[in-house]
Structure formats: C-alpha cells, structure tokens
Design a binder for this molecule. Structure first.
Ligand code: V47
Length: 370
C-alpha cells in the first residue's frame, strides 16, 4: 500500500505515534494499549498488528493435530462465567476413570495426533496419584504424544492434594510425562474481577507464580485472557502487561489466546455475546502489547472459524488445532462444530492468503503446506 495513504489513515485515527513505535520496535505503554482498544478504525489497528505478525511469523500460520480430554467437570470453584463446572453429585457431574481416559487415547491411535490437551475442574477428592498415573498411562499407550495438561490453577490444586510444593509437583508431573501447560485459568488477573466472578479461584499473582516456576523448570506454557464479561479495557491491558513482565523474566510463554466469553448456561446469561469487532480488537491489541510473545492464537472453537480466519489478518498466526470433543465452550452455548479436519483448517488458512504450517506443541514445524 502507498506509504502516504497508510500514514494519512493512521494520522486520522490518531495512531501515528504508535505506528512510529511499532516501526522502531519500541514497547507500547498501557496508555497506548487503551487508545488501541478505543479506536473505531479497525483497519488501521489491523494494519499495525499485522506489521508485528509478519515481522515475527511472516505468512506462516500454525495449527496442530490435537485431541482434547476434559477428565472431570467436578469443581469447587464454580466460577460465575463457567457452564462446565458442577458440584460433586449434582446432575451432569462426571469424573473419568483412568481406564476411560486411556481408552479415549486408544480410540484414536490410527490418527496422526501430536498433542493431547487435558483440562478439568478443581476436584475436591481426586488424589495426587490420579494425575501422575493419568500422565504415565497415556505415555504408556502412546509414548510419542505430547501431553499439554492441567492449567496453573489445577497445578496449584494438585500440589496441595499431594502435600507438595509447586516445584516438587511440577517436577514429578514432568517426570510422569507432562510436556507443557495450557493457558487456562488466567481469566482476568484483576482482583476486582476475581472477587466478583471467581472468588474461590487461585489469585492472578499465584497463577503467574506457577507459570514462572514451570518455565524455570523447563516446562513451557500458554496464557489466556477471558474477555467480554464485566472487565474494563484498563483491566485487559493490566492483564497483558502482567504477562509481558512475566515473559521478560522467564521467556517461557509460547502463545497468548484471547478467549471470547460465551454466556449461555452461566450465571452471567444477561451479558451479550462478544461482537466480531471486539473479538478482532482483542487479537490485534494483544499482538501489539505482547511484543515478547512469539504467537497469538485465534481459537476457532470460541471465535467461530470465520472470525478466526479474519483474525489471521489482524495479528493472529495460530489457529490451535483439530480439537474434537471440546466441552468448556460447548456447555456455554458455543455453536462451532466439535472438530475441524486438518484439510478444513488448511483451507481456512490458505484462503486467507497465508501459509498453513502443521506444528507440534512447541512450535517445531512438521509440515509447510504449499
Ligand atoms: O480457563 C470458561 C475459559 C478456559 C467459559 O492453552 C470460558 O492453547 C468462554 O484455556 N466462555 C479453558 N470461555 C480453555 C483454555 C484453552 C483453550 C484452548 C487452547 C488453550 C491453550 C487453552 O476457558 C478457562 C476459562 O478461561 N472459559 N468458561 C465460557 N463460558
């Protein structure tokens, strides 16, 4: 595009100074982040985010062949935004035995699955050995599978159940087969939000401590932010800045995933679902603010495949994966299908003018689809 036209648009949007910072690779301030959220000029915002996206990842757009297992929805936290968690004994509450978990993995041994993504509720009774044995058993039936399991909130709980420090528990989980940690449970770090929506949940500061401890032990992790409920734009930016600071310390985060809140069947049913513009803004602003995160993921399960595809021009360079049997979004009214085939994901990426790249969990390239 003609340089002058771009500069004129950015000037009209009041974003020339941010453009200059982006061009020079300078870090954006929290105030810059707030202005980016406030702009109505989504094209200028996208232009800026895309500069960073292409600087970091070119046209490469990653996806993974993966499987999700939600081993139990029994949860003592019962966060107001969640339709998945149930009290023990409540109708619909479930907890999979180790045999059931293993058979979920065995059912798909003929597929080229690279990663199993495992998340569950904060179960009041499952012993420490359940989690260790789960990892060992999965590794026994499929040793090459990368296990991305247990959010930082679950890790803190598992450690408590075993009477271990976070560090001890992480080392033992790693020894049993834990490959990396998914980004859930971060929600919004603001104590105001946590007090109102998830008072029982691990505080944001402790979520960050678990993540940093994992990184120091050589375990990589992801980070999320749940947006579109009662949080303010300032609280979103504070959340990103806290992650950026943690990443400066450890460098252990692989990707950031903005998660679009789905209100159905939750205590926040009155909240309107997120708009396409807000979805795109969260992708773009996070790409610009999180200058030390290598990847931004457009999680198609929550965004819907069409918005996720558009996000690839607004900062995102990852579409997660094939997924299958996702429960957290679908219990909250998510209308996307349960899985996409790798062909469907590749089509979404290539028809957005990008290059599909099959990756493993740690972003090693498996196949560039040309
Ligand atoms: O922590 C709960 C969120 C998260 C709702 O690391 C909801 O690659 C929307 O973290 N509407 C779990 N979101 C999922 C998650 C995740 C997903 C995909 C990839 C990765 C990754 C991580 O889902 C929870 C919570 O923040 N959540 N309820 C809801 N009603």
């Amino acid at each position: 595009m003609n340089e002058t036209i771009v500069e004129e648009s950015l000037h009209r949007a009041g974003l020339s100074d941010i453009y200059e910072k982006v061009r020079q690779g300078k870090r954006l301030s929290p105030e810059d982040g707030i202005r980016l959220y406030e702009t109505a000029d989504i094209c200028s915002l996208g232009f800026l985010a895309n500069l960073v996206r292409e600087e970091k990842n070119g046209d490469y757009t990653y996806y993974i062949y993966n499987q999700h297992i939600n081993y139990s929805n029994v949860c003592t936290n019962l966060c107001k935004f969640c339709a998945f968690g149930k009290e023990d004994g409540q109708p619909g509450a479930y907890c999979m035995s180790l045999e059931e978990i293993v058979s979920k993995v065995e059912e798909r041994l003929d597929e080229p699955i690279r990663e199993v993504h495992i998340v569950g509720g904060i179960h009041p009774e499952l012993p420490y050995s359940y989690y260790i044995d789960m990892l060992r058993e999965i590794k026994r039936v499929r040793p090459e599978l990368h296990i991305q399991a247990f959010t930082c909130v679950e890790i803190a709980h598992i450690a408590k159940m075993g009477g271990k420090s976070i560090e001890e528990a992480l080392l033992e989980l790693k020894e049993a087969g834990l490959g990396s940690i998914p980004g859930g449970g971060a929600e919004v770090f603001s104590p105001r939000i946590r007090e109102r929506l998830c008072p029982e949940k691990l505080p944001g500061s402790q979520w960050l401590e678990v993540a940093k401890t994992a990184h120091r032990l050589g375990i990589k992790s992801n980070a999320t932010m749940l947006y579109g409920h009662i949080e303010t734009v300032e609280e979103r930016i504070e959340h990103m800045v806290a992650l950026r600071e943690a990443q400066d310390e450890t460098g252990g985060f692989m990707c950031f995933i903005p998660l679009a809140f789905h209100p159905k069947n939750t205590s926040l049913e009155d909240v309107a679902p997120t708009s396409g513009i807000d979805d795109i803004k969260n992708i773009a602003v996070s790409r610009l603010m999180l200058d030390n995160f290598p990847h931004i993921k457009a999680y198609w399960v929550m965004l819907g495949p069409k918005v996720a595809q558009l996000a690839l021009s607004f900062g995102a360079d990852d579409m997660d994966g094939t997924v299958l049997e996702e429960k957290i979004t679908h219990m909250a009214g998510g209308e996307t299908s349960q899985a996409l085939s790798n062909r469907e994901i590749e089509y979404l990426i290539s028809s957005a003018g990008r290059i599909p790249v099959e990756r493993d969990t740690l972003y090693n390239v498996i196949k560039v689809i040309s």
